[in-house]
Design a protein around this ligand. Structure first.
Ligand code: ADP
Length: 483
């Protein structure tokens, strides 16, 4: 039997371009499926950073697939390459008019959304559908088109216009709050006929909704944890789409994200001063000391070191950390924050660092290498999100023996088992903020357990033994493709 051919489509992929967890998933999931025998490939837009990184590593193949002019771009082509550090085949949508720009994939250098994003991601979706339909690369037509998030959510819509096409369409929601909403009059340039502009299809409160394309037209709609899959069917988490999702209930399911356990491995991580595994957790102390020195923090002996690696947005609940901080810090806890995002939160954390010098370190940037060092050094990782589709940082925390303290939502409750739980499989591995517990209450509870070295070591052992690799979820997706 021929291996199943899967075209993954994502606007981000680590290590080429990353603003959040989507990038990690898009890079690791297809690779894990290849290990299981699938012929998975990944289509990404040729943002400046992507093309430059691939060129610098000489990973672009000479053969170019010319598309010609499309969606207002004079020159559109597809490059073939490999994802750095892996054998994953990449298809890179090269359309300099739309993707060769400063800033990040979605906003310019001043944080303003690119005004032509409907066309940029319309083109991306259309190209994905053309490949899936067999028009662009006839010798490699996929069996499955697997689209991730709103940026490519029109691909199943474009493919629906080829009724004879048997390709299975799967749409994965990584965060329902990001929907790709634009003025309805973009529809004409996007070649979307009027029959698609109804409330049942792409119209959403007078706007054109990209994400509805994926939800309405895909054969299977997935999200990134079983709990989030249930939550989004309810008004509180449904972002206005819960009714539509309920109507598609039988095709909606949740598959928990995994992590790339090669890239995120404390035993081999080149970013760490000292590597360690379950048999050598004492080595973590070396990383702790080194990071405290690097970030100009006190050496307090045995105080709890809490790390946060996060986008600074309301979703992540970090305003609650600002409120709870004095109660935590007065107990001698140290806090390391790495993040960037909303200005009001950035200001709040800078003020906090000013009030607690040598006890709070705040780095307002995106720094992959520092993120690794924080997981390698921290005793605990704080993730107090208001909602969390899956969350990756608690998984990195588990892998690095930095016990997660998390709110009781989404993928956080699917992966973290509270210290007080008597659950056996998987056993307790962290702290879930109780429904009647405050954030500082949970952190101080964590501090008390931390003082009990035997119990703490057991929890670290449990955390580091948990298998959060892609092996099982990658297989679950392969099963879903034929289900
Ligand atoms: P989300 O996708 O909602 O931002 P996730 O927890 O799923 O949240 O994934 C976030 C990813 O981005 C993780 O890999 C995390 O380590 C990384 N990350 C977030 N902020 C930063 C930062 N400032 N520097 C480096 N990595 C970051």
């Amino acid at each position: 039997m021929n291996p199943v051919r899967v075209l993954h489509v994502s606007a981000e992929a680590t290590p080429l371009i990353k603003t959040g967890g989507l990038a990690d998933v898009a890079a690791a999931l297809p690779g894990a499926q290849r290990t299981l025998g699938a012929d998975a490939r990944l289509l990404i837009p040729g943002f400046t950073a992507v093309i430059e990184a691939l060129k610098a590593r000489q990973l672009i193949e000479p053969e170019v697939i010319e598309v010609g002019p499309a969606f207002g771009a004079a020159r559109v082509s597809i490059l073939r390459a490999r994802l750095p550090g892996s054998d994953l085949p990449l298809l890179v949508l090269d359309a300099p008019w739309y993707f060769s720009r400063p800033g990040n994939p979605y906003v310019d250098e001043n944080g303003h959304a690119w005004p032509d994003s409907p066309l940029r991601f319309g083109l991306f979706s259309w190209i994905a559908a053309q490949i899936a339909g067999g028009q662009l690369i006839p010798q490699w037509q996929p069996d499955v088109l697997h689209c991730h998030d709103w940026h490519c959510a029109l691909a199943p819509v474009y493919l629906a216009r080829q009724p004879a096409c048997q390709v299975r369409r799967v749409f994965t929601i990584h965060n329902l709050a990001y929907q790709g909403l634009f003025a309805l009059d973009a529809a004409e340039e996007l070649m979307l006929p009027n029959r698609f502009l109804t409330q049942e299809k792409l119209e959403f409160h007078g706007n054109l909704s990209f994400i509805k394309g994926g939800i309405v037209e895909a054969d299977r709609v997935t999200t990134v944890s079983p709990t989030y899959a249930r939550e989004i069917l309810q008004p509180g988490f449904g972002e206005g789409l819960d009714g539509l999702l309920r109507s598609r209930g039988e095709v909606v399911s949740g598959i928990l994200n995994g992590i790339d356990d090669q890239l995120w491995n404390p035993a081999t991580d080149p970013e760490l001063a000292a590597n360690y595994d379950r048999t050598s957790i004492a080595q973590k102390q070396v990383n702790r000391t080194r990071l405290r020195r690097e970030l100009d923090l006190n050496e307090p002996g045995n105080g709890l070191l809490v790390g946060i690696v996060s986008r600074l947005s309301e979703q992540k609940g970090l305003d609650k950390v600002l409120k709870a901080a004095p109660a935590m810090l007065e107990q001698g806890i140290q806090l390391i924050v790495l993040g960037s995002g909303d200005a009001w939160l950035e200001r709040g954390f800078i003020e906090l660092a000013g009030q607690y010098p040598k006890q709070v370190s705040v780095s307002l940037k995106f720094d992959e290498s520092l993120a690794h060092r924080i997981f390698g050094a921290a005793d605990a990782i704080l993730v107090p999100s208001r909602y969390e589709p899956c969350g990756l940082t608690q998984l990195y925390g588990l892998r690095y023996g930095a016990l997660p303290i998390v709110s009781p939502v989404g993928g956080l409750v699917d992966t973290v088992v509270d210290e007080q739980s008597d659950q056996v499989k998987p056993p307790a591995n962290g702290f879930v903020i109780g429904r009647h517990e405050t954030l500082e209450g949970a952190v101080l509870r964590c501090q008390r357990v931390f003082d009990d070295r035997t119990r703490w070591t057991q929890l670290m052992m449990n955390a580091m033994a948990q298998d959060n690799s892609w092996r099982a979820p990658a297989q679950q997706y392969l099963t879903l493709y034929v289900d």
